[in-house]
Design a protein around this ligand. Structure first.
Ligand code: GRF
Length: 218
């Protein structure tokens, strides 16, 4: 069944979150996958699943910025209802974020605002935190700072390693991201004019049942 709510996904690599989004898409339709890396594995998955891949190599452009601008042009032309950053490893220019204000979400492998940026699992272990997890948030002008939509958390156990934490958290990402995107598509999660995330009552119940935390700041 085709859904009216059109989503495009930005990736840079493997695309396991793209796969879980595709598998769990109940209320939205992923029309295109855009990437700064033509060799990204996720683009092959997109092609195999009837999703249009869009990517051009860095070497085709005089600068990284021009390559990014090409991607931005594609997104603007597509005019999606939502852009999902699922392992997209570049920082978006403020002008682009402005165009899609309240319409870009990102999945990040930590309980933001803890551990923004890279190497989140190693940093969580090194810091000795007892809880770790993942966050889906709206994207603003800075890196990993936008309003938090929802989080999923796990215990950090004494014998956890970077590998075990990566595996645990990735599994949680695969449940959290599609849940958020389905609920944005149905209007159960909204971004209001005051840049706040607003949730329906039904969503609150569903979050509790799934053990997700809403808008949580730790
Ligand atoms: C995920 O851990 C995501 O949170 C992070 O990059 C990783 C991408 O994995 N931003 P995949 O490409 O979705 O498999």
């Amino acid at each position: 069944m085709q859904n009216d709510f059109r989503v495009i996904v930005f990736i840079s690599g493997r695309g396991s979150n793209l796969q879980s989004l595709t598998r769990c898409a109940k209320h939205f339709n992923i029309t295109h996958v855009l990437s700064n890396k033509p060799e990204a594995k996720g683009l092959e998955f997109a092609t195999e699943h009837g999703i249009t891949p869009l990517s051009r190599a860095r070497k085709d452009f005089p600068s990284v910025l021009q390559q990014k601008e090409w991607l931005y042009e594609q997104a603007v032309k597509l005019n999606p209802d939502l852009i999902v950053l699922a392992g997209y490893m570049q920082i978006l220019e403020p002008g682009f974020v402005e165009i899609f204000s309240g319409k870009i979400v990102n999945i990040h492998p930590s309980l933001l605002p803890q551990f923004p940026g890279l190497d989140t699992h190693a940093r969580a272990l090194a810091s000795g935190v007892k809880k770790h997890g993942c966050t889906v948030h709206y994207v603003d002008h800075e890196v990993d700072t936008g309003p938090i939509i929802a989080q999923s958390q796990c215990d950090v156990l004494p014998d956890d390693t970077e590998a075990t934490l990566t595996e645990k958290v990735l599994g949680m990402e695969h449940r959290l991201l599609p849940w958020v995107v389905n609920n944005i598509a149905t209007g159960d999660i909204l971004f209001n004019e005051q840049n706040e995330v607003v949730y329906s009552e039904q969503l609150r119940t569903s979050a509790k049942e799934n053990l997700f935390q809403l808008g949580r700041k730790i």
